[in-house]
Design a protein around this ligand. Structure first.
Ligand code: HEM
Length: 173
């Protein structure tokens, strides 16, 4: 197999779009809380985007198992690092969403959403460890994704092995 299956390709790029949306909406919710302007919809949109990322990650793992993945381009230590990085991204994606759920349930966010009452939203997440974990994991994920993208760019433009073709939709014969 030289390329990822079409459904793997679609899930890969959709995950990227939803991840950027979840990140942006998380920052908006964070800033709004600090400005005393937090809204229920601000949290709900962020949570929906984050939950969609989690579902897509599970779908991707299932598709990976069912469809297989293309053979690695090489067997150098750098290729092994790149593979390890991909696995780490899956782990961090799952832990990020789980920590988001835990801070929602471990604070007044869940009760405020259920009551539809923005005044119940927490002003601070003091003592909510999942909140700190979520913040740290966001930064870890950004760092991992940046390295992943730089690796892809190096392959595409310096090694010129057309790696992006593997993550593009197959054309019909
Ligand atoms: C997997 C994708 C996700 C990404 C990229 C993401 C990103 C972020 C970011 C950037 C923040 C702001 C962090 C800061 O304080 O600086 C945040 C906060 C938050 N996230 Fe997520 N998140 C994700 C998933 C989730 C999920 C699935 C939930 C809940 C089910 C969730 C619940 C929250 C809550 C409650 C906050 C606190 C906002 C505040 O500070 O008031 N997140 N997230």
């Amino acid at each position: 197999m030289q390329k990822y299956s079409n459904r793997m390709v679609i899930v890969h790029w959709l995950t990227l779009v939803l991840l950027v949306a979840a990140w942006f909406l998380g920052e908006v919710a964070h800033d709004a809380r600090h400005d005393d302007m937090a809204t229920i919809s601000g949290y709900v949109f962020h949570i929906l985007a984050g939950a969609a990322v989690l579902l897509l990650t599970f779908a991707r793992l299932a598709f990976r198992r069912a469809d297989g993945v293309p053979a690695p381009l090489g067997d150098t230590p750098m290729d092994k690092v790149a593979k390890g990085l991909q696995h780490l991204i899956y782990v961090v994606l799952i832990l990020l969403a789980v920590s988001g759920m835990m801070q929602t349930l471990g604070s007044d966010v869940a009760a405020a959403i259920l009551a539809g009452d923005a005044t119940m939203l927490p002003k601070k997440f003091t003592g909510v460890v999942a909140h700190e974990v979520h913040e740290v994991l966001v930064n870890v994920l950004i760092a991992l994704v940046v390295v992943h993208v730089l690796g892809a760019l190096k392959h595409q433009f310096m090694l010129k092995d057309n790696i992006m073709d593997r993550m593009s939709l197959r054309k019909k014969d």
